[in-house]
Design a protein around this ligand. Structure first.
Ligand SMILES: Nc1nc2c(ncn2[C@@H]2O[C@H](COP(=O)(O)OP(=O)(O)OP(=O)(O)O)[C@@H](O)[C@H]2O)c(=O)[nH]1
Length: 520
């Protein structure tokens, strides 16, 4: 199984924490901004609805005044169709607020109307709005109704009363709801670029009297909480789902004079689209920073992982010869875990080195005498031969050792061998190589020594041994054979054989003596 390396792991963790951090920051920012936007939009809609309601109220008051003013002069003109017609035209054109103006007598018969295309003069009006104007005999704003010509209209009417206080009829201005009219001019000017829109409902039947979608004018809207609130005379704002199931932020305000209500609203999704765009651009702007952070983290992971890689590499190549120890000691381990790992590796390595040293020593040493065994002897001589050094060879053999073993036992024999090793060490130079290649045979190799020099040293040793009182065994003698290997001569085998032959000769000549081999 391929394993994740530390570097990728750190990078992954850094990425995860960055993404989580950024994600939660964006999420919180989104929530806070969303709340703020919704609050601000609700307040903006409320203010806008209130302002327009106010404007519309003022406008209606103005045109009511104009109608009232006109109605006063009309009483004297009743019965003069031409003069009334001129008044109707003037009223329509001067105020520029009504689609049509009618002057109706007390029986409900049209005396004058403008525009002329209506052709209503002389006609008895029977529609609901006209009937109410006639009955009420007071200033009156109608609910929407179908006019004599089938249009959906609201009308503002003023009674015509003569100097004697007699009711002579009424003058009415009609607003065609489904055609270009003054309400559209007042309400529909500036507000539709961002998904917001505004509508007006009348209070009696909840009929829409103004809406940017013309086909909705005249529609009855029931169960809309914003409409219910505004018809109840409240100014305010609310989040609500409209009749088409759209989540809306609505502000509303009533028109005091007419009982109508203005509702300004904006879909929540249109409000939050800006926020989504804002967040998207935030994310896009953050991406390069995120990328740069990841590159920095990637570079830092290298600095963090490097000591571990180096320690692992060195640990893989540990040779127990001290070089790995030195290499590991040099590695910089600048943080706690790497430092601890390095310390443990060094501790483990020094234990290992000691063990290997001891094993090496044991492998090359004769455990009884502490002198080099055959393997130790060969290893040392290999080096000497490689260096081309010349040396003398002294082969030493205990005389009648079998007899010592036989008479005193094998343990005493061993202790003789041990004492023999000690005597050899005592009489050797520090540079001499002392060996016990096997049994009761010993060898001494004397670097840079001639056969004559070696003979003298061998004699000194022989005498010292012969004079030595061995524990239990007493006197023990040795025979020695000396040979020389000249510098540059690599034929060790032959030199050893010559030393052995000299030793054999010493034995043959009566033992306890030293013989030197013939040179060459
Ligand atoms: N105690 C003891 N005896 C050993 C050891 N190694 C070899 N020997 C004995 O050394 C004796 C060597 O005997 P030989 O080679 O016959 O010769 P020697 O008795 O020394 O007689 P020469 O060499 O002819 O003087 C044998 O009896 C071996 O058992 C050892 O490690 N300890």
């Amino acid at each position: 199984m391929p394993r994740l390396d530390l570097r990728k792991l750190i990078l992954g963790l850094a990425l995860l924490s960055l993404v989580l951090g950024l994600g939660s920051a964006l999420y919180s920012a989104h929530r806070v901004q969303e709340d703020l936007l919704i609050r601000n939009t609700l307040e903006a809609n409320r203010t806008y609805a209130a302002k327009l309601a106010d404007t519309a109220d003022t406008f209606i008051a103005t045109i009511e005044r104009r109608l009232a003013y006109a109605s006063r002069s009309l009483a004297e003109l009743m019965g003069e169709p031409a003069a009334l017609q001129a008044q109707a035209r003037r009223l329509q054109q001067d105020t520029n607020s009504f689609n049509a103006v009618v002057i109706v007598d007390a029986r409900g018969v049209v005396q004058a109307s403008y525009p002329d295309s209506l052709a209503l003069n002389g006609e008895q009006l029977r529609s609901e709005g006209d009937g109410q104007s006639l009955q009420r005999r007071e200033p009156f704003v109608s609910a929407p109704y179908r006019s004599a010509r089938g249009r959906l209209v609201v009308s503002l009417s003023q009674p015509i009363v003569d100097g004697q206080g007699r009711y002579r009829g009424y003058v009415a201005g009609a607003i065609y709801l489904q055609e270009p009219n003054i309400l559209q001019n007042i309400l529909g000017l500036h507000y539709y670029q961002d998904g917001s829109y505004l509508y007006v409902v009348e209070g009696q039947h909840r009929l829409i009297i103004y809406h940017p979608e013309l086909e909705r004018i005249g529609e009855m809207v029931l169960g809309n909480p914003a409409i219910e609130a505004v018809i109840a005379g409240q100014t305010g704002s609310m989040r609500m789902v409209n009749s088409k199931g759209v989540d809306m932020l609505a502000g509303y305000a009533p028109l005091r004079r007419t009982g109508w209500g203005v509702v300004a609203q904006r879909p929540v999704h249109a409000t939050l689209t800006e926020l989504d765009l804002l967040l998207r651009s935030t994310v896009l702007r953050t991406l390069p920073l995120l990328l740069a952070s990841m590159l920095i983290v990637w570079a830092l992971t290298r600095v963090i992982c490097r000591p571990l890689w180096q320690l692992a590499r060195q640990a893989r190549h540990m040779d127990g010869m001290g070089t790995a120890y030195a290499a590991i000691e040099k590695l910089p381990a600048w943080y706690f875990e790497a430092f601890e790992l390095k310390r443990s590796l060094l501790a483990g390595l020094s234990v290992l080195d000691n063990k290997i040293d001891r094993l090496n020593r044991d492998a090359l040493t004769d455990p009884l005498t502490g002198l080099h065994n055959r393997r130790g002897m060969d290893a040392a001589l290999d080096t000497w031969l490689e260096d081309g050094r010349g040396f003398a060879i002294v082969a030493l053999d205990i005389d009648h050792f079998k007899h010592v073993n036989d008479v005193f036992g094998h343990d005493v024999g061993d202790s003789v061998l041990r004492e023999m090793g000690a005597l050899m060490r005592e009489h050797a130079r520090p540079t001499d190589l002392l060996c016990r290649p096997g049994g009761e045979e010993f060898s001494i190799f004397m670097p840079g020594t001639s056969a004559a020099g070696a003979r003298e040293a061998a004699e000194r040793l022989r005498r010292a041994i012969a004079d030595h009182a061995f524990a239990v065994a007493g006197t023990v003698t040795v025979s020695l054979g000396v040979a020389e290997l000249e510098a540059g001569d690599h034929d060790l085998e032959r030199a050893l054989k010559r030393a052995d032959r000299a030793l054999y000769q010493a034995k043959k000549d009566g033992r306890n003596r030293t013989m030197v081999a013939e040179p060459g």
